[in-house]
Design a protein around this ligand. Structure first.
Ligand code: KG4
Ligand code: ZN
Length: 382
């Protein structure tokens, strides 16, 4: 029997609809069952098999090793998601899969598995943008929110700011012009020999450091924004983290000598306390930059009579304690509903994939079984 999407009946967006989500874009193999209930996504199971132990010795994700590990883990992870939700495949209404952006070999594994499950169960497959999915992580197991919203994704691969009408419709306001914030945290942790993955270790170490010990350069990005057409002296809503990384490199290893200039001072000895101070100063500078862009985005939208009522955030870096505290304060200052995802939904997971698919499913959208993975996002100019 053929199960082309055309033969699948129109969707019913009713309470009790169950979607299986699959996520394999980087180094986490994940599956989750999410139910639509009382106007919001409820997580029935959330299984994440992380590959950190495989990639730690290389201090970064090795794509070929990642796809091989996904291949070994994907079926047991999906089975476990069904088992712990006490469900069988026949109860599921659609299979959602993160099909962009990500490592192409890793995405291929999740996509092939999702299409195989969808075909064999005779249900639709729904391709999901991983960046957009991070934005709904704060809506999992939480009351429905108001729109429009500001949406911030701060992860290992992405730093993007959106204005959102709803989870399916958003415009890009700004993004990083170089490193993603999580990548910067990871590289800073490597420079300070804190280990891998660096973000959480740097967060931990910062608590014993003096955040005012070192001043980092503050990027002032003006002129041509990543957004179409903006070419002025007005500051953009973009981010930049590579200058901070270089400043940290010089603080640790010393400033390289320049011809005809006095010899630079040698760096301070890298004592345990100095490492903590540099970690805290770096974290504080990175978080300040994010808050600065968010404040300017609010000001700009308010001036256009387009005040967002909600701030959605997601991505691994939103697990950072200092950033979370600052975001909460931002909510109080601006009277805006800030949705901080639970820690387990900040990092990559499949519950956010299934959740976003619920909005697409309710709108009658699904994809063809020819759905292909893409290494790039289609959101704005990502
Ligand atoms: O969202 P995610 O799991 O993967 C991507 O889509 O990229 O984010 C992983 C990133 C890594 O760079 C990791 O170091 C960072 O999130 N991260 C943190 C923290 N927890 C994870 N960065 C700062 N503080 C944390 N507590
Ligand atoms: Zn992610």
């Amino acid at each position: 029997m053929s199960h082309s999407p055309q033969s699948i009946p129109a969707h019913q967006a009713t309470d009790g609809t169950l979607i299986l989500g699959i996520e394999t874009s980087c180094d986490e193999t994940a599956a989750s069952i999410v139910e639509w209930r009382d106007g919001a996504p409820r997580v029935l199971s959330n299984v994440v098999s992380t590959q950190h132990e495989i990639h730690a010795r290389y201090a970064g994700v090795v794509p070929e090793l990642a796809s091989r590990a996904h291949l070994e883990r994907i079926v047991p992870v999906v089975r476990e998601a069904l088992r712990s939700a006490e469900l069988a495949g026949r109860h599921i209404s659609a299979v959602a899969v993160g099909n962009r952006p990500g490592l192409i070999g890793s995405l291929l594994v999740g996509n092939a598995a999702a299409k195989a499950y969808a075909w064999s169960l005779g249900i639709p497959v729904i391709g999901i943008d991983h960046i957009a999915a991070h934005l709904v992580a704060g809506l999992l197991d939480a009351p429905p929110v108001g729109w429009p919203a500001l949406g911030l994704v701060a992860s290992g691969g992405h730093t993007h700011l959106f204005r959102m009408n709803d989870p399916r419709s958003m415009t890009l306001l700004g993004r990083t012009i170089d490193d993603a914030i999580g990548e910067a945290f990871d590289k800073a942790a490597t420079l300070l020999s804190l280990g891998y993955p660096g973000g959480p270790l740097l967060d931990e170490r910062s608590s014993s450091g003096d955040a005012t010990a070192m001043r980092f350069p503050t990027p002032r990005l003006t002129g041509r924004s990543v957004r179409e057409g903006s070419q002025s002296s007005e500051r953009t809503l973009d981010f930049s983290f590579s200058g901070m990384k270089t400043a940290l490199l010089y603080a640790v290893r010393g400033v390289p000598p320049v011809a005809n200039r006095p010899a630079p001072r040698p760096p301070l000895p890298l004592t345990e306390q100095r490492v903590s101070d540099l970690a805290a100063s770096f974290q504080s500078a990175a978080v300040n930059q994010v808050m600065d862009v968010l404040n300017r985005a609010m000001e700009r939208l308010e001036a256009q009579n387009d005040r967002p009522v909600t701030l959605l955030v997601g991505g691994g870096v939103t697990a950072n304690r200092h950033l979370r505290a600052q975001l909460e304060m931002f909510g109080t200052q601006h009277g805006i509903d800030v949705r901080l995802p639970a820690q387990k939904y900040c990092v990559d997971n499949a519950a956010m994939i299934a959740a976003l698919a619920h909005w697409r499913y309710a709108a009658g959208e699904h994809d063809h079984l020819r759905l292909a993975p893409r290494s790039h996002s289609l959101l704005g100019r990502c």
